[in-house]
Design a protein around this ligand. Structure first.
Ligand SMILES: [Zn+2]
Length: 207
């Protein structure tokens, strides 16, 4: 996925590192602002959508968004979906806004993306919830209410497996049943803010 090079007008710009993109056509180097990407994942029922709404006012300098926004229901190509998000992250970083992306997205699949170099460090925050609470939350959803008890049990087991997988790559795990969403929002927002400051030299405190 090369970007258009502003020096030679060729789609040959990629391989960002140290805030620079390199052009494979003219060998030029173009400065680019690369910022960390914050992934908020967790299986269904962990509280991602609720948290997104609470995080927005707490993180006005970030783009806080749910991954569903860029789902193309006619084309389920996973790599194309991930690439769209890396481009959104890259484009927002040029205006100094880090992306906080919530969805069922694994850190490992983003790390493995051919366009991964468009963003800085990828931080993974995983929302976790106990089995009983998850069951209660999922049962309330219209989509899940159509399931028979057996099907529901199978789907819930799938989500427990998914959570185990997500937890393996987590940099921060937050349990969303032990504390209210306001508290979870505060914890996640302050964790993100600290890392944004560290990644942005001009925002780092003096000395
Ligand atoms: Zn070029």
């Amino acid at each position: 996925m090369p970007l258009s090079c502003s020096l030679c007008d060729t789609f040959a710009l990629s391989g960002a590192s140290n805030n620079t993109l390199a052009c494979s056509a003219c060998q030029g180097q173009v400065p680019a602002n690369l910022l960390p990407l914050f992934l908020i994942s967790g299986a269904s029922g962990a509280g991602k959508s609720t948290l997104v709404r609470h995080l927005r006012p707490l993180l006005p300098d970030c783009l806080v968004v749910g991954g569903d926004l860029l789902v193309d229901i006619k084309n389920r190509d996973r790599n194309a979906f991930l690439k769209r998000w890396l481009l959104v992250a890259y484009a927002n970083a040029q205006s100094g806004r880090p992306l906080v992306l919530a969805g069922v997205i694994e850190k490992a699949e983003l790390e493995a993306c051919p366009d991964r170099s468009l963003v800085g460090h990828i931080h993974s925050i995983v929302l976790s919830v106990g089995e009983d609470t998850r069951k209660e939350r999922l049962k309330e959803r219209p989509r899940w209410q159509k399931h028979s008890a057996e099907k529901l049990a199978v789907r819930i087991a799938e989500h427990v497996g998914l959570e185990m997988k997500l937890l393996k790559d987590a940099d921060l795990v937050v349990n969303t049943e032990e504390q209210g969403v306001e508290q979870v929002g505060e914890v996640v927002a302050s964790w993100i803010k600290k890392r944004v400051v560290l990644a942005t030299p001009s925002m780092a405190p003096a000395g």
